[in-house]
Design a protein around this ligand. Structure first.
Ligand SMILES: NC(=O)c1ccc[n+]([C@@H]2O[C@H](COP(=O)([O-])OP(=O)(O)OC[C@H]3O[C@@H](n4cnc5c(N)ncnc54)[C@H](OP(=O)(O)O)[C@@H]3O)[C@@H](O)[C@H]2O)c1
Length: 346
């Protein structure tokens, strides 16, 4: 009989530039024992977010940096395989900040504790459409973009986890939706599967000119997670009183290096009396139930679709995070760490 071991990705140095596998070490140790009130969780899926690159930097961020010598922070879902907590039964699916490892110890408290996956929900959807990216799409679009029926909305990263959901929400609210994405296959998916009205391949097309053609009356809402030249093209095309939602700025690489110069078309905000506002989805903790309700209704009725890009094997975790900055993913980037069928049977 093989004795299970716990593999853990430990952060050993802070990368400069792109995610560097050499800054992590895959260590193997014993599977931890749950203490009183705790449960042992076999991690099955990990979810990847560009913001994890920012957590590797020293300095001010919305969360503390991952400390050197500790397991890399990351969201995931898994099954309870042993429990000393009456609220967590063996076989339960739970979601939370499990970290890059095979086994995590769970307590039942709060957002960064582990939360039971509701019955009937695909556990890995808790990392995407019902996780950080779906919640960001929902609150960023509904609360900050506030699109009105008939308005024109531009969404960057249209084939990514956040952008694809944000664009569909704007469609559900009665808007014309234009996306941008890297490459023809992603653009075809955004239009053909996610139902965007148009999608511009920002790598091969003149985005500023295409937006002028596609939105002659200007962009009422810009939902942007890219920044840089893509944001500039959008700012050049703002409608009067536009709302620019700052979701992120992945084109900067989140690597803590010298940031690129500010938006070239900044003045368009003034000329168009526009508003630009950033947020972090965690700001909306108290309203998560509202988002789960509406996202669940749209997914359940088939009016909101989502894609998942699944890689295999914990040993690939650093490379998978780096891949987000290379545009390798279509939809939510997931990593399968264990066979969901074989894990945690009571
Ligand atoms: N504010 C919040 O609370 C919050 C929460 C979650 C996510 N976010 C932000 O939302 C954005 C999307 O995150 P996600 O998790 O949904 O990732 P994602 O869009 O699924 O994946 C990242 C995508 O970014 C694009 N990209 C990578 N490098 C780029 C570059 N240099 N220039 C332009 N595009 C580039 C690639 O798509 P293409 O091939 O199309 O370029 C890549 O596939 C990120 O900015 C993220 O930080 C914010």
């Amino acid at each position: 009989m093989t004795v299970p071991v716990n593999r853990q990705w430990i952060l050993t140095a802070r990368p400069r530039g792109p995610v560097d596998e050499g800054c992590f070490e895959l260590r193997t140790g014993p599977v931890p024992e749950p203490g009183p009130g705790e449960a042992l969780v076999r991690v099955v899926w990990l979810g990847f977010d560009p913001t994890q690159r920012g957590w590797l930097n020293e300095g001010d961020n919305y969360l503390d940096p991952v400390p050197l010598g500790e397991v890399m922070r990351g969201s995931g879902v898994g099954r309870v395989v042993a429990s000393r907590n009456p609220g967590l039964a063996v076989g339960d699916w739970v979601a939370g900040m499990v970290g890059w490892q095979d086994y995590a110890i769970a307590a039942e408290d709060g957002l960064f504790g582990l939360n039971r996956v509701p019955d009937g929900v695909d556990p890995k959807a808790m990392l995407g459409v019902f996780g950080s990216t779906g919640l960001t799409a929902y609150f960023g679009m509904v609360d900050i973009g506030r699109p009105r029926e008939g308005e024109t909305v531009f969404v960057t990263g249209a084939a990514g986890a956040t952008g694809s959901v944000a664009g569909q929400i704007a469609k559900l609210l009665g808007c014309k939706v234009i996306g941008s994405a890297g490459g023809p296959a992603k653009c075809e998916w955004a239009v053909g599967t996610a139902g965007f009205d148009a999608c511009v391949d920002y790598r091969s097309e003149d985005l500023e000119a295409r937006l002028r053609e596609l939105a002659p009356g200007g962009l009422d809402v810009v939902f942007d997670g890219v920044g840089g030249a893509v944001l500039d093209a959008a700012l050049a095309n703002l409608a009067l009183r536009a709302r620019v939602v700052v979701v992120g700025g992945i084109s900067s690489g989140y690597d803590g290096g010298e940031p690129p110069p500010g938006p070239r078309n900044y003045l368009r905000l003034g000329i168009r009396r526009a508003r630009m506002e950033g947020f972090v989805f965690l700001d909306y903790l108290e309203r998560f139930p509202e988002a789960f309700g509406r996202l669940g209704e749209w997914v359940g009725s088939g009016r909101l679709v989502y894609a998942e890009d699944v890689r295999e094997g914990l040993e690939r975790a650093p490379a998978v995070l780096r891949g987000l900055f290379e545009g390798g993913n279509l939809g939510k980037q997931l990593l399968r760490v264990a066979d969901p069928e074989a894990v945690g049977a009571a």
